[in-house]
Design a protein around this ligand. Sequence first.
Ligand code: GLN
Length: 190
Amino acid sequence: MRIGILALQGSYFDHQNYFSHLNIETVLVKEPKQLEEIDGLVLPGGESTAMRRLIDRYQFMDKLKEFCNKKPVFGTCAGMILLSKVIVDNPTHIGVLDVRVKRNAFGRQVNSFEETINIEGIGNVEGVYIRAPYIELVGDKVQIIGKHNDSIVAVRQDNILATSFHPELTEDYKIGNYFINMIDKHKKEE
Ligand code: GLN
C-alpha cells in the first residue's frame, strides 16, 4: 500500500513521519501524474488558499477531483476545507465533500488547542487544532463521526475522511490506522 501526501504547502512532512510510524510507504505528491501511483491520498493542513493557488499553478485540479471521487482521501484542517462543497465566504476548491465548512472557526492562532474527542467507530482520539475549521452543515450522505462541544470536527462520506484537527502532530495513531483500513477495504473491492 502506498499513501500519497499532497506536498505543495503545509504539514506534509508531519504526515510522512506519522505514517512511517505505522510502517506505511508514503509518496510526496508534487506532480499530478503521481496520483496514478498511489492507493490513498492525504490532503494536509496548512493554508487552503495558498494550496489552491499551487493546485492551479501545477494543473492539479482535474486529476485531484477524479481521484477524490473514487479513491480513499483523508483531509486534515486545510485539507478538509479543500474537499468541502461550500466554504463560508470563500470559493469552492475541490468540492467533493457535501458539507458547509467555516474557516478559522475556533478563532485565531492564539486560540489553538489540543483536545481528545470521541470518534464513532474509532474511540478517543487526540488532535491538535490550529486555526481550525468546523463543519456547520452536512448533506444526507455524510456521517458525522466526531464533535468538539457542538461543533462538527470529523466526518466520513464514502471514500472521504475529513478532520478539523491534526492527528499527525500527536502520537495517537488511531485515525491513521482507520484510514489505512479504508484503503485496505477499497483495494479489496476494486
Ligand atoms: N486556517 C487554515 C485555512 O483556512 C487552516 C489551518 C490549518 O490547516 N491548520 O486554510
